[in-house]
Write a protein that binds this ligand. Structure first.
Ligand code: MN
Length: 276
């Protein structure tokens, strides 16, 4: 039986985490270790300059969960390095309120938790539910949880490719409106950030990074396109951020014009090692 770590970035008491944990319990033995507060947009964090504390919580259904004062990636590191005294076989992060698409993955605590899993040598899957910007009232995580269950079951049966995490995004649709699953690549997010400068009571300026929620280019084959068409998007990601095409381009620069200085020659990548 697989030992599944469930974590998130919305905080241990977020209803999306409970829905995910309940679904994961059908597939394995579940341990929960998540941040004790909301870390949305917190990115990939490694806390090195202070101690991490872990407290026990009871979730709404009576489940025991643990919460740390670190980031989602810290929670994964804690678990992978032995907090539960038993190895973790799989990390599932979510269900996040709001999609994580395109460049969002670098900001997302939900996705960076799954990235930390990959670094720890454990398969990682991030699950996010596209949620309308000004949604009021309770969110139904049922469909997203079932989608997560399906992806995780396949990942357990087949094994994820090495060094790979899955970024799963579920559209905000009713069951009968869902069209299925699509394997996708990252699309292009369009951010509408704007600086809101104000003055504090002592006359000093302060700033909010404000503006409208990001949109995206709904290109076919991308995560953004899949959601726009009513599909669950499954994007395999890896942490190799090398821009391989740029490597070829940079190799045409005149690096060796200072050829009396061997340092510059060392910078030039060997053409045979440049992937196509
Ligand atoms: Mn979040």
């Amino acid at each position: 039986m697989k030992h599944i770590l469930v974590t998130n970035d919305d905080g241990v008491l977020a209803p999306g985490l409970l829905a995910l944990a309940q679904e994961m319990r059908k597939l394995g033995r579940v341990s929960i270790l998540a941040p004790d507060r909301n870390w949305s947009g917190g990115g990939h964090v490694k806390t090195l300059d202070r101690a991490l504390r872990v407290r026990e919580f009871l979730l709404a259904d009576g489940t025991t969960a643990f919460a740390s004062d670190g980031a989602p990636s810290d929670c994964v590191a804690l678990a992978a390095l032995g907090y539960f005294k038993e190895p973790i076989d799989l990390v599932v992060s979510g269900i996040n309120v709001g999609a994580n698409l395109g460049h969002d993955v670098t900001y997302s605590g939900t996705v960076t938790a799954a990235m930390e899993a990959v670094i720890a040598g454990v398969p990682g899957i991030a699950v996010s539910l596209e949620t309308p910007e000004h949604h009021v009232g309770e969110i139904d995580f049922g469909i997203a949880a079932r989608a997560a269950g399906k992806v995780v079951r396949h990942a357990i049966e087949n094994g994820l490719p090495a060094e790979t995490l899955l970024n799963v995004n579920v559209p905000f649709l009713k069951n009968e409106e869902m069209r299925g699953f699509r394997l996708t690549r990252q699309g292009l997010r369009v951010y509408h950030s704007r600086l809101d400068e104000r003055t504090d009571p002592r006359g000093r300026p302060y700033y909010w990074i404000a503006g409208d929620a990001p949109t995206g280019v709904p290109e076919r084959g991308t995560d953004i396109g899949a959601l726009a068409e009513g599909y669950v998007s499954v994007t395999p990601l890896h942490l190799d951020l090398t821009a391989y095409r740029a490597l070829t381009d940079l190799n045409t620069w005149a690096w060796d014009e200072d050829s009396e200085n061997p340092f510059f020659e060392l910078l030039v990548p060997d053409k045979s090692e440049t992937p196509k």
